[in-house]
Design a protein around this ligand. Structure first.
Ligand SMILES: Nc1ncnc2c1ncn2[C@@H]1O[C@H](COP(=O)(O)OP(=O)(O)OP(=O)(O)O)[C@@H](O)[C@H]1O
Length: 318
């Protein structure tokens, strides 16, 4: 493969619909290296699926450019498709045939012989713990097994880049952990992976680097630790009062260790240098000094979530 697995340059997709243009992807610049486990991370509607759609040639860009495995997605879509494996959010297994046949057909589609196709499918099923359910229909396996079968199918032709769109969105926590382990193993063996997720924890678990995307743009791109450091991922304490928090804002901003304070309705959100020991008590006292009683309080330790809060000024909602 080339020295860059994926490169996007000022990539854009503006949807035109009844309600006017929607700039879903708005000048996106990214570079993913071969062998990386790269995460595209952002809240609902950030433009992740649209980006994935353009990189996998399903959606035509309206501006900028993108290459995958060295080929331009708009000019050489067939070359791109031959070098990628795609696992979509929705279940796209053929339910009329069993799991093994699903994989065999994929192998044949990519020019493998029947024998080679079956051998490769069983090799993948062994690796992914699916050998025993290989001849079952998709409806007769669990959600986690079905998703693993989709990953196996996407790997049949040994793609340069594996695209995973929210791979653990609809599966239970145990199956999610199992899939994480398998994906980590794949990547350790050299597979380049581009993952979209809105689970911050998933990105922290799996990714070498992540791009935080919002409103179709990259807000930050680095290792998880790098993002935490550069985005000033502080501890964030949210205190909910029984009335508007605004009157307590100024005094809270003067407390030791506080970097920034936002008043949002009855919430006072305080970004503090970690560790923020003792600050909660001082915030409660500050509120009391302004005639406010505390209804609720929560502290988030420094994490990708607090980095996102710092970058966007709003909470990361799943
Ligand atoms: N076919 C379409 N026509 C018009 N607008 C669209 C279309 N597809 C997506 N959008 C809009 O584009 C924006 C980005 O959507 P996209 O699905 O790429 O985001 P996302 O980050 O993948 O979100 P999610 O996590 O919910 O899938 C959203 O505002 C969405 O409503």
């Amino acid at each position: 493969m080339t020295d860059v697995a994926i490169r996007t340059t000022a990539l854009r997709k503006t949807y035109t619909g009844g309600k006017g243009p929607v700039p879903a992807v708005n000048g996106l610049d990214l570079e993913v290296r071969p062998g990386e486990f790269f995460g595209l991370l952002g809240p609902n509607g950030a433009g992740k699926s649209t980006t994935m759609g353009m990189l996998t040639t399903r959606i035509a860009p309206t501006g900028g450019s993108a290459t995958v495995a060295g080929f331009d997605v708009a000019k050489n879509p067939v070359d791109v498709r031959q070098r990628i494996g795609v696992v979509t959010q929705a279940n796209t297994m053929d339910r009329a045939v069993n799991l093994l046949e699903n994989l065999e057909f994929r192998g044949r589609f990519f020019g493998m012989s029947g024998k080679e196709s079956r051998r490769r499918a069983m090799e993948l099923f062994e690796e992914f713990g699916l050998a025993e359910v290989a001849t079952r229909l998709d409806d007769h396996v669990s959600g986690g097994q079905s998703k693993r079968a989709m990953v196996c199918r996407a790997l049949m032709h040994r793609p340069d880049v594996l695209f995973l769109d929210e791979p653990t969105a609809a599966i239970d926590p145990q199956a999610r952990r199992r899939l994480w382990e398998l994906l980590r193993g794949l990547n350790a063996a050299g597979q380049t992976v581009l993952l979209t997720t809105h689970h911050l924890e998933e990105a922290e678990e799996l990714c070498d680097r992540v791009a935080i995307v919002d409103h179709g743009k990259v807000l930050a791109c680095d290792t998880v630790d790098g993002i935490k450091a550069s985005a000033g991922a502080d501890s964030v304490i949210t205190v909910t009062f029984d009335g508007p928090a605004q009157p307590a804002r100024e005094a809270a901003g003067k407390l030791t260790g506080v970097r920034r304070v936002e008043a949002d309705g009855t919430d006072l959100r305080v970004h503090a240098a970690a560790p923020a020991d003792g600050l909660l008590g001082e915030l409660i006292a500050t509120g009391r000094g302004h005639g406010l009683a505390v209804r609720n309080a929560a502290t988030l330790p420094p994490s990708l979530e607090t980095a996102f809060l710092n970058l966007t000024g709003r909470e990361y909602r799943e």
